[in-house]
Write a protein that binds this ligand. Structure first.
Ligand code: BES
Ligand code: MN
Ligand code: MN
Length: 462
């Protein structure tokens, strides 16, 4: 394959500017105030696919935000790669903590990104990583060396649980038929330690509501005599973990697959500095399930976390009040084999059982999905590994991630295809947080590496 370096040097500025254009569209799928922007982002993605050389690019309507589909079919006999990504982004809040406005991208260098990083919501998750694929296709089409067929499916509801994607996939199996699904929506260990994500955790996300008295009460007149929903909620949440930070929900661990000593030893070989980890987060100690290392806790073990909690008076000054209601949003990260619907039911039954008589509890499931482990003994992994070797000069390390992309297991079920996760972001890129960014080096490295995946995958498929 013709070396991409020259093409990159020539087009680098434009590649960055095009991404910046996309990042300026505040396509926040969670907030209806941005609905027109989300739709505008889908149009922008469609236009970019046509520009890059797709023969077909279309907006596919769903009951929610549209899915952008594109394809470049050069020969039906050749392998087909289906690229999945998302053009929606997380809300930018808390906005005060951003050093520059989230939808006015700027490039600044950091210790980890001396060549500069693009700061904007969605820079890494997932506009920047998705757009690497658009530019990789452009390179291969413009230089006439695309070795296989490519399809794109870019959705706009990933950050809110991909609710309409399942139906779309089930109804369009023919259109989406492929030999491998390729996703860049994860990360790697470090710029000098490439890795390929070989696992994703599942997810069950619920909201709980605890109701006490029928109205807010004076905390002097009633305090001590009626259940305070906030006190009760705090107690109930605390009871979800034991002193070893094991989750106490009966049956929660029943299907969790234990890793063998050998597998754990293999995992422990990945370079990791606990000191740097703590330093980067300004914490004195890590915290988690007894008997497991930090890297195990955040990848192969299931977890339960409160993501938000509210109720009562949170305005200025002090107001003496016992609130009528208290709320929390709780996520459980699951490992392969744990069924997210089953876990949601177990949570509901257990959480309700924790409530004292003086309150009522409502558990509302939000969304969820299954975990996934990718095989490493197939052609797709081999092709990806070789691609990294070519452009990083190092063999990538297989590593299971703690994040979730629930539709990956659904793709396997509906389309019978495996997924390969080639992520180029870093954990320090602050996805979902203020000051999200994506290294310019990482962006260009992705564009450089992806074409080799196509080449090696096609060769190995012969
Ligand atoms: N791209 C992330 C998932 C991710 C990030 C996986 C880094 C591995 C490494 C994705 O956009 C995401 O945020 N997923 C959500 C779940 C979704 C159902 C809202 C998550 O993991 O919280
Ligand atoms: Mn993502
Ligand atoms: Mn995300």
């Amino acid at each position: 394959m013709q070396d991409i370096s020259e093409y990159l040097v020539k087009n680098k500025e434009r590649f960055i500017n095009e991404l910046i254009h996309l990042l300026k569209i505040p396509s926040v799928s969670a907030d209806p105030a941005y609905s027109q922007d989300v739709i505008n982002a889908s149009e922008a993605v469609k236009a970019s696919l046509l520009e890059a050389g797709c023969d077909i690019a279309e907006i596919c309507e769903t009951n929610g935000y549209p899915i952008v589909y594109g394809e470049k079919i050069i020969n039906p006999e050749l392998p087909t790669v289906l690229v999945y990504g998302h053009y929606d982004v997380q809300p930018a809040d808390p906005i005060d903590l951003w050093n520059s406005p989230p939808f006015e991208p700027i490039i600044k260098s950091t210790d980890i990104h001396p060549e500069g990083a693009i700061f904007a919501r969605g820079a890494c998750d997932d506009k920047g990583q998705m757009y690497m694929h658009v530019k990789a296709l452009e390179f291969m089409v413009k230089t006439n060396q695309l070795p296989c067929n490519v399809k794109f499916m870019i959705e706009g509801e990933e950050e809110v649980g991909s609710e309409n994607l399942g139906t779309f996939v089930a109804e369009n199996k023919e259109k989406l038929a492929n030999d491998i699904i390729l996703i860049s929506d994860t990360g790697m260990i470090a710029n000098n330690v490439p890795s390929i994500t070989t696992g994703l955790r599942g997810l069950s996300y619920v909201e709980v509501e605890v109701t006490g008295p029928n109205r807010d009460l004076h905390s002097g007149l009633y305090g001590g005599a009626v259940a305070n929903p906030i006190n009760v909620l705090a107690k109930m949440i605390a009871a979800l973990h034991d002193e070893n930070n094991h989750i106490t929900i009966p049956g929660f661990y029943d299907k969790v697959e234990g890793l063998s000593k050998e597998e754990r030893a293999e995992m422990a070989k990945a370079p990791f500095s606990l000191e740097n980890y703590k330093k980067a987060l300004d914490i004195k100690a890590v915290y988690g399930e007894k008997g497991y290392t930090t890297n195990e806790r955040n990848s192969i073990r299931p977890t339960l976390d409160v993501n938000g909690i509210w109720g009562g008076y949170i305005g200025a000054g002090a107001k003496t009040v016992i609130a009528s209601k208290a709320y929390a949003k709780i996520s459980m990260r699951l490992v392969p084999n744990q069924d997210w619907k089953e876990i949601t039911d177990l949570f509901k039954t257990h959480f309700e059982s924790l409530a004292p008589e003086g309150v009522t509890v409502k558990v509302t499931p939000h969304h969820g999905g299954q975990g996934y482990v990718t095989p490493i003994d197939n052609n797709a992994y081999k092709a990806a590994s070789k691609a990294y070797e070519t452009t990083f000069g190092k063999t990538p390390i297989p590593q299971r991630s703690g994040g979730s992309i629930p539709i990956v297991s659904l793709f396997e079920k509906e389309l019978k295809s495996k997924t390969i996760l080639m992520g180029f972001g870093l954990d320090s890129d602050a996805i979902h947080s203020p000051n999200e960014h994506f290294g310019v080096w990482n962006y260009l490295k992705g564009i450089e590496t992806i074409p080799y995946f196509y080449q090696y995958f096609t060769e190995l498929s012969k």
